[in-house]
Design a binder for this molecule. Structure first.
Ligand code: ADP
Length: 356
C-alpha cells in the first residue's frame, strides 16, 4: 500500500507539450479515476507513473520515494490494460503466476498466491483452462488476477473495460470496485467514460488539454462543478447550458436567455447585464402546464420505464429533461419548465468559471 504524488509534472514530445505542470496527491488506499476526453493526456500520465514513459519535468513519488529514474519493474506497481494480452499457450493458472515465476519466486508461494487470487476473482474452477476457452469477462478477470498475485503497492488500470459489451462493463465495474474494497490497494484508473468515473472513484481527477480541471469526490463534481468544462463533462444526460445575461428583476436575480427569464440562485454575485452561461441538469427541471414557468415546446418524448427523457425547445435552444416516472406530454405540445433556482449553475462567460 502506498501514496502517490505528482508535483509539477510535465511531458513533452519534442516541442509539443502534452502535460503542463500538473500536481496532485493520491492517499494510501484511495481509488482515483483520471477522466477526460480522448487526447487529454490521462494515459500518458498513467504511463509516466508506471515507468513506461519518460518524465520531462517535475517529480512522481510512490510511497514517498521519487521514482522518476526508477525502472518500471522496480516501482512495485501492477498494470491492467485494455487488451488483456494473456499468453494463449498458458493456462489461466500459468498466466496468473507468470510474473512470479519470472522473478524466481518459490513454487509453493506462487501456487498459494495464484490460488488466493483465483478465489477472490471466482476463477478457482477455471485455473486449468486456456484463454480461448474463456469469455471476455473471465479473460479480464485473469488479467486482474495477474496483477493481484504480485501484491503491488499500486494498481494501475488503463481503460480496462473498453473492449467489453455494455452489460459486462457494468458487471465488471462493480467487481473492480468490490475488489478494491476488499484489498484496499491504492488504485489509479484511467477512463474516458464519466459514468465509470462516477460509479467507481473515491475521487475523480478531470483532465482536459493536459491540465487538471477539477479534483473531487463524484458528488462534489456533480453538485459544484468549478467550471463549464466539468459541468458539461460530468453527468448523464449532460447539463443543459444556455448563453444569457444576468438581470436584476424585482429584487431577484434572473438570467435572460432565448427570450425568457430564468430563475437564478438568491446569492448570485453578478452585475446587471453580465454575460453568463446558465446551467441546469436535466433532472432539476420539473414539467408543469403551460401557464407556469418558462414556456417550451416538446420535440421528443422518450419513455425508458422508470424515467422519461424529453427534448424540448425554448427559442432556438434545445433542452433535455429527465423526469421520474411517466409523462403524458406529446410532441408539439407547449409545456412549462419549472426550475428550482438553487439547483442552477452559473458560469461567467469570459472564463467559464463558476460564479459564487
Ligand atoms: P488520452 O489517454 O487522454 O486519450 P494520451 O495520453 O494518449 O491521451 O495522449 C495525449 C496527447 O499526447 C495526445 O494529443 C497524443 O496525440 C499525444 N501523444 C501521445 N503519445 C505520443 C507520442 N509517442 N508522440 C507524440 N505525441 C504523443
Amino acid at each position: 500500500m502506498a501514496s502517490v504524488s505528482f508535483s509539477n509534472v510535465q511531458k513533452s514530445y519534442g516541442k509539443t507539450q502534452i502535460i503542463e505542470r500538473l500536481g496532485f496527491e493520491i492517499a494510501d488506499g484511495e481509488f482515483v479515476v483520471l477522466v477526460g476526453p480522448s487526447g487529454c493526456g490521462k494515459s500518458t500520465l498513467l504511463r509516466m507513473l508506471a515507468g513506461l514513459e519518460d518524465i520531462t519535468g517535475g517529480e512522481i513519488r510512490i510511497d514517498g520515494r521519487v521514482v522518476n529514474e526508477l525502472e518500471s519493474k522496480d516501482r512495485d506497481i501492477a498494470m491492467v490494460f485494455q487488451s488483456y494480452a494473456l499468453y494463449p499457450h498458458m493456462t489461466v493458472g500459468e498466466n496468473m503466476g507468470f510474473s512470479l515465476r519470472l522473478r524466481n519466486a518459490e513454487k509453493s508461494v506462487t501456487e498459494q498466491r495464484v490460488a488466493d487470487a483465483a478465489k477472490i476473482l471466482n476463477l478457482d474452477q477455471l485455473l486449468g483452462r486456456y484463454p480461448r476457452e474463456l469469455s471476455g469477462g473471465q479473460r479480464q478477470r485473469v488479467a486482474m488476477g495477474r496483477a493481484i498475485v504480485r501484491d503491488p503497492k499500486v494498481f494501475l488500470f488503463d481503460e480496462p473495460l473498453s473492449n467489453l459489451d455494455a452489460k459486462l462493463r457494468v458487471a465488471m465495474r462493480a467487481e473492480i470496485k468490490a475488489l478494491h474494497q476488499r484489498l484496499k490497494t491504492t488504485t489509479v484508473y484511467v477512463t474516458h467514460d464519466q459514468i465509470e468515473a462516477m460509479t467507481m472513484a473515491d475521487r475523480i481527477v478531470v483532465m482536459h488539454d493536459g491540465a487538471v480541471e477539477q479534483i473531487g469526490t463524484p458528488l462534489e463534481l456533480y453538485d459544484r462543478p468549478d467550471n463549464l468544462f466539468v459541468a458539461q463533462f460530468i453527468g448523464s444526460p449532460a447539463m443543459n447550458v444556455l448563453e444569457g445575461v444576468a438581470r436584476r428583476v424585482e429584487g431577484r436575480w434572473r438570467v435572460e436567455a432565448q427570450g425568457a427569464l430564468w430563475p437564478a440562485p438568491a446569492g448570485t454575485a453578478a452585475t446587471e447585464g453580465q454575460p453568463v452561461h446558465y446551467g441546469v441538469r436535466p433532472g432539476d427541471i420539473t414539467l408543469a402546464d403551460a401557464a407556469r414557468g418558462v414556456p417550451a415546446r416538446v420535440i421528443v418524448v422518450e419513455p425508458t420505464g422508470a424515467e422519461t427523457e424529453l427534448l424540448v425547445e425554448v427559442g432556438q435552444a434545445k433542452l433535455t429533461l429527465a423526469v421520474h416516472g411517466r409523462v403524458d406530454a406529446k410532441p408539439d405540445q407547449t409545456v412549462g419548465l419549472v426550475i428550482d433556482s438553487e439547483c442552477v449553475h452559473l458560469f461567467d462567460r469570459q472564463r467559464g468559471k463558476r460564479m459564487a
